[in-house]
Design a binder for this molecule. Structure first.
Ligand SMILES: Cc1ncc(COP(=O)(O)O)c(C=O)c1O
Length: 689
């Protein structure tokens, strides 16, 4: 271990900074990652060309190989065939040819045309097929348990998808997790009581003296904040102060680069025991030269062009699924920057007024044809799309049946609609059928009149579970009972299916059977905003009635161009194979990473072919420890705790990208293997982790 002489000066630093300081420079230290610094190596990424950095199946430039591999890997749909033929046909354009040459050159130089996963390809494809057949086609496999709970024979109609990743929290983890929260809450209350008794503390606000002294001019008794009911809810206030602040360095990390595979995370410090965090800025802000030196010698140390200290990390947390943040200069820059020549960055108006440009209409036409609907409406925020479209579609007298793990934007939209809300067990079509049948039999409460409309809301990929939707069965149940289907494809559009058309394509469901297709451009498309696609009649109505569209400034034309450019790449309309390479790379990278994490004995949630990989941490203390250990090792990860997930279900969530290379993923896996040992996370192997 290295000697660290910085204990005193460490005190004001955040735990992250402190962990950097554990890397205090010492000649005797080795260059391994055991808290030991190494001189900063020339970053292999700093000069990396802005190119698709992901993998490909088979030979890169060979269309035949791509289609063969795609055919073996996935079900070849008519849409896939159509897309690949348009891909082959689109080579006329000179500019496109130039780009294709550039990208191929870059790819060949990185990969030499090989399949980077050749050694594990067979196993990866088998695992993917296993999950798909269990979860999408619902084949009865030998390993699938029989259903024998309360709905009995109901379940035989719609076999509950039993994801291969279904993990129960171990009894030891459950007990220690509860214990962890008890200790944190009791300690927090003791500190609050002590602060009140001694009238001193980080969060103690002294009372004004209005009760005993006359008011100075201009002051009113009501200026005494103690006379008000607290604006912030007391439990949430307590939770923020005594639990969240302890680990807030793990959240809201500011970045100073694109959210590409390698990301620059700005270094932060805290001068008040993590109550507030500040960006460290330049190294000269540090008074102690030794600390400054320790930063400089850190393995992942770097600076922004204006000299601010950053950590160069492998990005495992952004929704950069198709890697547009990595190759933006090649794929989108020209058109996006060009759009600024003719159009402003904001149109300064809502769609109802002067907020529609040709680019808005182009995005809508492309989206509609991409997802297989007659028309689409684009809104400037994905969250808003759910929060304002659902209330436009439903009202009092209607029933919304929502998956219990649906995103908060859906929950907000459902609550705002005034409709009655029921939830069904996550991804469980049998339970959905049970709820629908009951709702139809009993009708509306009190009056017993039939529901005007029933809307079933599900997601393509569940963002905290990494699981895809049991869409075929959901659609079958909804058809049987005459309920409308609303599918949120925020994470699945562009990321799932042979041509990126999302959950319908992946699960083989006809888009005509899903009444409302919703999605966002913030994930796979590197843009902003959301869309809703449906029949022309419905979209026309939504265009008029939806408050989020009619009364909100419309999407920036620059963002529209980003969306159009990324769609052209995905659909192969730019005349290159970049889109299909990205889709293949995303699938390969995701499946490889999932396979290796599972091999490590971690509790990994979700399905193969999904780019989201939650890894269970359970214990609240492991949330911060995991995040800090990863940051120390140059991995930027997202950790999630209560209330975003149930209290026992804290997790880390990896988002894999087409922009990752196998080497990067291998490095991450090596580091994660160490962290898993350190934090005892191998719950699939031992009840104690
Ligand atoms: C399922 C789902 N729907 C909607 C949204 C909101 O999308 P946006 O972030 O684009 O506003 C998200 C965000 O991650 C999501 O996960």
């Amino acid at each position: 271990m290295c000697n660290t002489n910085t204990t005193k000066s460490k005190q004001y630093l955040s735990p992250v900074a402190a962990s950097t300081l554990a890397n205090t420079y010492d000649d005797s230290c080795s260059s391994d990652n055991d808290g030991v610094p190494t001189p900063l190596p020339a970053s292999p990424h700093s000069s990396a060309p802005p190119s698709p950095r992901g993998s490909v199946i088979g030979s890169l430039g060979d269309n035949a190989n791509i289609s063969t591999a795609t055919a073996t890997a996935t079900t070849t749909t008519a849409a896939a065939k159509k897309a690949s033929s348009s891909l082959l046909a689109a080579h006329d354009d000179d500019d496109a040819r130039g780009r294709l040459r550039l990208v191929s050159k870059i790819n060949y130089s990185r990969r030499e045309g090989d399949d980077p996963y050749a050694d594990v390809r067979e196993r990866m494809e088998a695992l993917s097929l296993r999950d798909k057949s269990r979860h999408v086609y619902h084949c009865q496999s030998e390993t699938q348990p029989q259903d024998d709970d309360d709905e009995g024979s109901e379940k035989n109609n719609f076999m509950v998808a039993t994801p291969s990743s279904h993990h129960e929290i171990t009894i030891f983890a459950a007990i220690t997790t509860y214990l962890g929260y008890v200790v944190l809450i009791v300690t927090g209350h003791i500190r609050d009581v002590c602060a009140n008794i001694f009238r001193k503390g980080r969060y103690f606000r002294s009372q004004s003296t209005t009760a005993t002294t006359p008011n100075p001019p201009g002051h009113y008794p009501s200026d005494d904040f103690t006379k008000y009911a607290p604006l912030l809810k007391s439990w949430e206030n307590f939770y923020t102060r005594r639990l969240y602040h302890r680990i807030q360095d793990c959240f809201n990390r500011p970045i100073a680069s694109r959210p590409s595979a390698i990301i620059s995370v700005l270094e932060r410090v805290s001068f008040d025991g993590n109550k507030t965090m500040s960006v460290l800025g330049k190294l000269s802000n540090l008074e102690d030269e030794k600390i400054a030196l320790s930063y400089q010698m850190g393995q992942h140390y770097d600076t922004t062009p204006d000299g601010r200290v950053v950590r160069k990390c492998l990005n495992l947390g952004s929704y950069n699924y198709l890697g547009f943040a990595d190759d933006w200069d090649v794929t989108c820059r020209k058109d996006v920057m060009g759009s600024l020549d003719n159009l402003p960055s904001s149109v300064g108006s809502s769609r109802l007024e002067f907020g529609t440009t040709t680019l808005h209409r182009r995005v809508e036409t492309i989206v509609a044809s991409f997802v297989g609907k007659e028309d689409a409406l684009v809104l400037n925020m994905g969250f808003n799309t759910n929060a304002t479209i659902i209330p436009t579609l439903t009202a009092r007298g209607d029933l919304i049946v929502s998956d219990e793990l649906n995103h908060t934007s859906i929950v907000n939209g459902a609550r705002a609609s005034g409709a009655a809300i029921r939830t069904f067990r996550h991804n469980d079509a049998s339970n959905l059928e049970f709820i629908l049948r009951e709702a139809i039999v009993y009708g509306q409460p009190r009056t017993r009149r039939p529901w005007n409309r029933i809307l079933v809301v599900v997601e393509g990929i569940y963002s905290m579970e990494g699981e895809y939707c049991n869409l075929r069965n959901v659609v079958t149940v909804c058809k049987k009972y005459g309920a409308y289907v609303y599918l949120d494809e925020a994470h699945s559009i562009g990321a799932m299916g042979p041509t990126g058309r999302g959950c319908c394509e992946y699960t083989g469901v006809d888009p005509a059977d899903v009444d409302i297709l919703m999605g966002t451009f913030t994930k796979s498309f590197g843009g902003m905003g959301g869309y809703v696609a449906a029949d022309r009649r419905i979209i026309a109505e939504l265009r008029r009635e939806c408050a989020g569209s009619a009364y909100h400034n419309s999407l920036s034309p620059v963002v529209c161009q980003q969306i159009i450019s990324s769609f052209q790449v995905i659909m192969g309309k730019d005349g290159t194979l970049i889109g299909s390479q990205k889709l293949n790379a995303l699938r390969d990278n995701s499946n490889y990473f999932r396979m290796r994490l599972t091999d490590m004995g971690l509790h990994v949630l979700g399905n193969y072919d999904s780019p989201i990989m939650p890894v269970m941490l359970y214990n609240p203390t492991k949330i911060a420890a995991f995040s800090r250990e990863c940051l120390k090792r140059g991995l930027a990860v997202v950790v999630v705790g209560f209330p975003a997930v149930p209290i026992l279900m804290s997790r880390a969530r990896f988002c894999i990208s087409a922009g990752h290379t196998r080497e990067e993923l291998d490095r991450a896996l090596k580091e994660l293997d160490e962290v898993a040992d350190l934090l005892k996370l191998r719950y699939a192997r031992s009840t104690f982790g």
